[in-house]
Design a protein around this ligand. Sequence first.
Ligand SMILES: Nc1nc2c(c(=O)[nH]1)N[C@H]1C(S)=C(S)[C@@H](COP(=O)(O)O)O[C@H]1N2
Ligand SMILES: [Mo]
Length: 351
Amino acid sequence: MMTRARPYLLTRSVVPENQESPIWFLHRLRFVPERYVFRRNHFPYPLRLPDRLTVRGLVSFPLSLSLAELKAMPAKTITAVLECAGNQRAKFSPPPFGEQWEGGALSQGAWTGVPLREVLARAGVRPGAAEVVFVGADEGLRPDMDGVFSYVRSLPLAKALHPDTMIAYAYNGAPLSLQRGYPLRLIVPGWYGMASVKWLAHIIVTDHPFTGPFQSIDYMYYPHPDRDDGKRPVTTIRVNSLIQFPLDRSIHRRGPLKVEGIAWTGRGVITRVEVSLDGGRTWREAKVSRDDHEPYAWVHWQWEWNADRPGDYEILVRATDSAGRTQPPHPLWNRKGYGYHAISRVRVQIT
Ligand SMILES: Nc1nc2c(c(=O)[nH]1)N[C@H]1C(S)=C(S)[C@@H](COP(=O)(O)O)O[C@H]1N2
Ligand SMILES: [Mo]
């Protein structure tokens, strides 16, 4: 009999369910299978799933659409990274409170759905519209406020009308699972995961800024530990990378070692990935494989290291994107621990 081990999700909490992807073991994978996608929830799973999607507010023709009606509209498929804004929070110093994600609040796959702007065009957005609000069907309590809340967020009108912002009903060619947001979820390629509202029930076009707690309290960068000034909203995914091999603190026999991983960004595409073995004084270019047809996908990179001298080493990796952004040497600390994208590091021992 042949026994084959496989990776598992890494549990951070059970209710609500928060689990990391075993991302370090998904080498050269473009479509992360459903069972390996991270799960990030603020509330327990909804008890009642929406059977129709309503579109109302500042529109000429309010809509109520079934899944079948949406599926009958022209579809689009986009391969996109989904990264939680809190990914790598555990690496900040001091670590902010919240889910202590290491690096696995990150996944990628093919989303199929209808561009949101097609649906908004049908509804007829009226003059004066400024934002589009998305209401999820999940609800529950917040530790910091009284009352019952739903997961609600908005997008500025321009981002809502971007041709790649979509209402998705399939992941990797299969209907969304309950955990992924069945029957419908928003997908906002290039933005951190909080924007991609699951179990989408209502879309409301408004003329004023939305200020719900998942937008005004959470998912804001607070630069100071004890004051709120300087806060600004979390939006675009920062340029980032992950070293998948070798693993941090792993031990290897001397000889050739293939250092590899992924790199991604929410703006433009990855143009360069570099590796340093001397603390960032000198950098060598890694080989990057990029698919120009998939601007929202991560790239795979690799670098052959001739590790012929025993010792303890630190491998540094930094990615650069076409917007000219590079991973900084030090994390940009913020009180809620969002957007960690400092240079990636692993320590290894060569024997
Ligand atoms: N309705 C709803 N949508 C949601 C959330 C949620 O708690 N409820 N979490 C958001 C956050 S913070 C992230 S990172 C992604 C995670 O998506 P996933 O669970 O499919 O990986 O969903 C987003 N959409
Ligand atoms: Mo998130």
